[in-house]
Design a protein around this ligand. Structure first.
Ligand code: CTP
Ligand code: CA
Length: 226
């Protein structure tokens, strides 16, 4: 589809979007990852592009049709690579959207050769990954807008609001894993968006395209929007 939205209210804005999962190598042939499809991130990217912004994707491994002419793309695999790419772009950005499902842990060591099967059980020691949104939140400059995501399975609103504060977000988009037809792999989603200044909106079950447009509308309502 083409960008049917004729508004250009984001013209002149530079937008960073982290999206997709990350892959954390165990050995040359194996990794730890998650079910993120990147569909929500791409919907947001298209919404910004359609409304005139210049969009920079820091893209984890996804199976999506992305028109390379529409975006500036840095393809990454691990959380460390995603952080490096996002950190480099961050100072020049007006808006940052952290939609990536970053693996929280990675194998403490990457085995140089394929790990051979043993008769015994085995375990993998995991180290904590860098929290990209948290780190970049510390260097958020005045006027810059940070949008985070939260995927929760219980006490959703409590956890989402805690992340809003901890990571210095202006908005947080809450995905409930309990919602039918929403979240990973689906083309539809139902989110609640919480703002730093205390607003909350519920999208209802709608297409990810519509969720994308809604997020842009909320970005414009933040006190730092100019
Ligand atoms: N995030 C990130 N880097 C990480 C982990 C998370 O940038 N290493 C970002 C996500 O992109 C999202 C937000 O932080 O915008 C919240 O991610 P989430 O996984 O829900 O929160 P965590 O802080 O990792 O807490 P937990 O997984 O324990 O709920
Ligand atoms: Ca996490």
């Amino acid at each position: 589809e083409k960008f049917f939205n004729q508004k250009s209210d984001f013209r002149g804005k530079k937008v960073l979007i982290t999206m997709g999962p990350t892959q954390e190598a165990i050995d040359p042939v194996r990794f730890i990852s998650n079910h993120s499809s990147g569909k929500m991130g791409l919907a947001i990217a298209k919404a910004f592009k359609g409304r005139g912004a210049e969009v920079f994707l820091v893209l984890g491994p996804v199976f999506l049709q992305i028109n390379p002419g529409d975006f500036s793309i840095t393809a990454v695999k691990s959380a460390d690579e995603m952080y490096e790419a996002a950190n480099k772009l961050h100072p020049k950005m007006d808006i940052c959207v952290f939609s990536a499902a970053v693996a929280d842990y990675a194998p403490a060591q990457i085995a140089p050769e394929k790990i051979k099967k043993q008769d015994s059980e085995m375990s993998i020691l995991l180290k904590k990954n860098v929290d990209i949104a948290f780190e970049l939140g510390k260097s958020k400059r005045p006027g810059q807008i940070h949008v985070g995501f939260a995927l929760e399975t219980e006490r959703e609103e409590l956890h989402a609001k805690a992340k809003l504060d901890k990571k210095n977000f202006d908005l947080i988009v809450l995905n409930s894993a309990r919602e039918e037809g929403a979240g990973f792999q689906h083309d539809t989603n139902r989110v609640k968006i919480f703002s730093r200044d205390g607003r909350m909106i519920d999208s209802g079950l709608v297409s990810k395209t519509e969720v994308g447009e809604l997020i842009l509308d909320e970005v414009k309502k933040t006190p730092v929007w100019i």
